[in-house]
Design a protein around this ligand. Sequence first.
Ligand code: SAM
Length: 327
Amino acid sequence: MSLTDKFGRPITDLRISVTDRCNYKCVYCRTGNDGALYSDLAFSEYLRMCRVLVSLGITKIRITGGEPLLRRGVIDFVKELRSLDADEALDIALTTNGHLLAELVQPLKDAGLNRVTVSMDAVDRERFARITRVPDGFDNVLSGIRAVREAGLWPVKVNCVLMRGFNEDQIAAFGRFAREEGVVVRFIEFMPLEEDRVWSPQVVVRLDEILQRMAEYMPLVEIPHALSETARRYRFEDGVGEIGIIAPVSHPFCGHCSRIRITSDGKIRTCLFSVWDHDLYGLMRRGASDEQLEQFIRDVVQRKEERHHIGEADFVPASRTMVHIGG
Ligand code: SAM
């Protein structure tokens, strides 16, 4: 079985948000106060959605949020996801801010997790606090990253959203960090998905500038990568250390997008920039069979948007911000 959209793109990658609560308030994502919340579902409900999607050809599931580690049941959820595929081919990944990761990473690995990506937007402690609006999170996140490495979940990926005025001067320091810590640092161009609506083209730190700033520390050489990979991959000139750049604004990769998302309240989103979502949970609640869910998902996939319109005159903001979508 496989899912293909009307542009011929195979849909193999699911990102599922298990909560839209978060213990961080990163400037590029959330607003400074608590903000409105949608609801979380029981893990058994996410599991049923995943089971149906895996039967339709999804081969990668990334658990995200909000902050997914705020839900302690996440370890059992990983175990149950792992039991969905007898031949262990399913790739199960997690995106987290790392605050609670140090103690959870080994149990998560034992449950069947394959990969972890940790968000960290500055290597400077004070800058980190300014971006996350959390005064004392830095040490937790650093311990979390090191714990992933010690647990042997390779490669350890660290995501850094760049926002002019906040952290563009951290690029070279992140280069050093990647080499010293043995992690892949991936810079992400800031997208207009934040609660505070402060996005403008000028705030985006683009791929070319990232390469230029890194070259002042040490030049990068591009590594060939699969077209469906969101990140362009680079190694340092001397062969030590890897950097990724995810450049949805300056170098969109929509033509190779293989993703769909499920929000914490059970809606399918076919694009980060969708202006509507599709109520899978509503259908489940009304007693739909697995076959009816399958048909619904197939129909929804046919409506996947061709591309985003960031920076264009006809850009319409997404109907949800990142924390309520699940990045
Ligand atoms: N709480 C987890 C975390 O911090 O990784 C998971 C959820 S977070 C929404 C997922 C990813 O989205 C993070 O890597 C974050 O940096 C990224 N993100 C959030 N808002 C963004 C924006 N406006 N533009 C680009 N990336 C964004």
